[in-house]
Design a protein around this ligand. Structure first.
Ligand code: SAM
Length: 251
C-alpha cells in the first residue's frame, strides 16, 4: 500500500503524464502511477546502485518493465529533453532538490516539462525560492502528517507568463502582519502561500512545533554570556513572535 505521503504526490501529477521520478529509490511512486493509469509511462532516475536495483526488481515484479525504465543518473541527467511532461522529486532536502533542478534547467532537461511535483523533507523555502526565481508558478501546496512526521508537497506549473503571475500571487496573498513587505514575503516563502490560505490543523501543528524548537534553542543560547548568543536569541524570539502572529490569523 502506498504511503499517505506518496499518495499526496501522486495526486498532484496530471493525468496522462509521462513522468520522470528523480531519486526514485524503490520506484514505488512510478509503479503506482503507471499501475493506476494516472501516468502512461515513467522513468525512474536513481543515482545509487542499491536503490537502482530495488527499483528494477519492483518494476519487474509489477510486470511494468515495458512502461517504466530505471536509469542510473545524477538528477535530471536521467532524461532527455522532451521525454517527460511531469517531473517528481521527493524525499530529499530542498537544497539538493534546487541544485538538481538548476542543473536540469541549465542542461535543457526541463524543456517540455509542464508540471513539477516536489516533496522536500526540509528546506521548503529553498524550493519555493527556486520556483520563483526560475519562472515556475506555484500552483498548489499540500501538507500532511504520517508516522509523526509532517510533509509538504508543492506543485508548480510552467506557464509562459509565470513570472508576473507569481508576483501577483505573492503580492495578493493576505498575510495579515504589520510588517515590512520584505519580511512578509520571507514568511510566505517559509510557510507557503497556499498553505496559509487554506489553513489546516497540520499547518498549525508544524509551526507550533517549530516554535517549541526555537524556544529550546533560545534557552540554550540564554546559558551563554557571549553577545553573539544574545543577538541570535533576540532574532529567534522575533521569529517565535512572528509565527505566533501568523498562526493567530489562521484560526
Ligand atoms: N523518492 C523516493 C521517496 O520519496 O520515497 C525516495 C526518497 S530517498 C530518501 C532519496 C533517493 O534519492 C535515494 O534513493 C538516493 O539514492 C537518491 N538520490 C540522491 N541524490 C540523487 C541525485 N543527485 N540524483 C538521483 N538520485 C539521487
Amino acid at each position: 500500500k502506498l504511503s499517505k505521503r506518496l499518495l499526496a504526490i501522486a495526486d498532484l501529477v496530471p493525468p496522462g503524464a509521462r513522468v520522470a521520478d528523480i531519486g526514485s529509490d524503490h520506484a514505488q511512486l512510478p509503479v503506482y502511477l503507471v499501475q493506476s493509469g494516472k501516468a502512461v509511462s515513467a522513468i525512474a532516475g536513481e543515482l545509487n546502485e542499491g536503490p537502482l536495483r530495488a527499483a528494477r526488481s519492483q518494476i519487474a515484479a509489477a510486470g511494468l518493465t515495458g512502461r517504466i525504465q530505471a536509469r542510473q543518473a545524477d538528477g535530471l541527467a536521467a532524461i532527455e529533453a522532451g521525454e517527460a511532461d511531469c517531473v517528481t522529486v521527493a524525499g530529499m532536502g530542498g537544497a539538493l532538490m534546487s541544485a538538481i533542478l538548476t542543473q536540469g534547467e541549465a542542461d535543457g532537461k526541463l524543456q517540455g516539462v509542464t508540471t513539477l511535483v516536489l516533496q522536500p523533507n526540509v528546506g521548503e523555502d529553498a524550493v519555493r525560492e527556486w520556483l520563483l526565481a526560475n519562472g515556475w508558478y506555484l500552483a498548489a501546496e499540500r501538507i500532511l502528517e504520517e508516522d509523526g512526521k509532517i510533509y509538504e508537497v508543492l506543485q508548480a506549473i510552467n506557464v509562459a507568463d509565470a513570472g508576473p503571475l507569481n508576483r501577483a500571487l505573492y503580492d495578493a496573498v493576505f498575510l495579515p502582519l504589520d510588517r515590512a513587505p520584505e519580511e512578509k514575503r520571507e514568511w510566505l516563502i517559509r510557510m507557503g502561500p497556499w498553505l496559509l490560505r487554506q489553513p489546516d490543523a497540520v499547518v498549525v501543528r508544524k509551526w507550533e512545533s517549530e516554535q517549541d524548537k526555537l524556544r529550546a534553542i533560545c534557552r540554550s543560547l540564554g546559558l551563554s554570556e557571549q553577545p553573539e548568543a544574545q543577538e541570535k536569541s533576540a532574532v529567534l524570539l522575533g521569529h517565535i513572535d512572528t509565527i505566533g502572529e501568523v498562526l493567530a490569523c489562521l484560526h
